[in-house]
Design a protein around this ligand. Structure first.
Ligand code: SAM
Length: 274
């Protein structure tokens, strides 16, 4: 089974090998067959499509195994980008592997990697978070758990939630942390901007079109410890010896003027290593 990445928007972003494979296999399992038919039509590919989506994935995976057992070659695609990454496909891949058939990647577009490549945040590492919870409480808790992470954080977000999610990021990570907003990549209204989280509210408010389309959000990793300075570390350490993490971070921020979120992250790290 070939797992084939397809374009995020611009149909020209399909590799030549992907075209060859999609043309050569006996059947293509696709998330939305009508959507994928347009891609195949654009390249004159006449291979049969079969539905494999989140509501039938287990059943469809059994069907894939039957086809493979019958000597057929199959490909797996999703609506856009790389299948099985915040998309259906992982269960099918696991099932096909279990049945002993090779699963071959055909690399190509992936929204997360495309956004990372223009962020300038991912020199070190990055953490792929994907979609956050639609519920604010759970979302904030998930973000709070990431506050001290030194890696760039990569999120997928739906247009009707992007403003509230970014507002929660501002709340949890603080106004100084940088964010990259990558909207509608490779499409007509592509817009990619990097700014401090503190500027995001005004940015979205300035033009309602900025809430439209598909989004990848990348938040830069927590600041380096050295950037905080020795004195800040000393104050934080003293307070932390006597007080809970949150209070110690708040007071240390008030005393030193260093960013509260960075201190909170550092305090968590210190507590964790104690
Ligand atoms: N598996 C796909 C991948 O990794 O590229 C992503 C599938 S996921 C269901 C869809 C999400 O990917 C969108 O909600 C958005 O966060 C992101 N995305 C997809 N296409 C995009 C684009 N053209 N511009 C920005 N984000 C995009």
């Amino acid at each position: 089974m070939y797992v084939v990445a397809t374009p995020l928007g611009n149909l020209r972003d399909i590799s030549m090998r992907a075209q060859d494979i999609l043309r050569a296999v006996d059947v293509i399992a696709a998330e939305d067959t009508r959507h994928s038919q347009r891609l195949l039509d654009a390249y004159g590919i006449r291979t049969r499509l079969a539905a494999l989506h989140q509501h039938n994935e287990q059943r469809a995976a059994e069907q894939l195994v039957e086809w493979l057992a019958a000597g057929k070659h199959v490909a797996l695609i999703s609506d856009a980008g790389t299948p099985a990454v915040s998309d259906p496909g992982a269960k099918a891949v696991a099932r096909v592997r279990l049945a002993g058939y090779p699963v071959v990647p055909l690399p190509g577009p992936c929204a997360a990697v495309a956004a990372l490549s223009v962020s300038g945040f991912a020199e070190g590492g990055f953490r792929f978070v994907g979609f956050l919870s639609p519920k604010s409480g759970a979302r904030r808790a998930a973000l709070a758990a990431l506050v001290g992470d030194r890696d760039a954080l990569v999120f997928y977000e739906a247009p009707h939630r992007v403003v509230e999610s970014v507002a929660d990021m501002l709340l949890v990570f603080g106004a100084e942390r940088q964010i990259l907003v990558a909207r509608e990549m490779t499409k007509m209204h592509e817009e990619i901007v990097r700014m401090p989280l503190g500027e995001t509210t005004a940015w979205f408010a300035a033009d309602s079109n900025r809430e439209r389309g598909e989004f990848v959000l990348i938040v830069e990793g927590a600041p380096e410890l050295e950037e905080m300075g020795v004195e800040v570390e000393r104050v934080l350490g003293l307070l932390l010896a006597e007080l809970p993490v949150k209070t110690a971070a708040r007071l240390a921020a008030d005393i030193t003027g260093a960013p509260r979120n960075a201190l909170y992250a550092r305090a968590l790290a210190l507590k964790g290593s104690a």
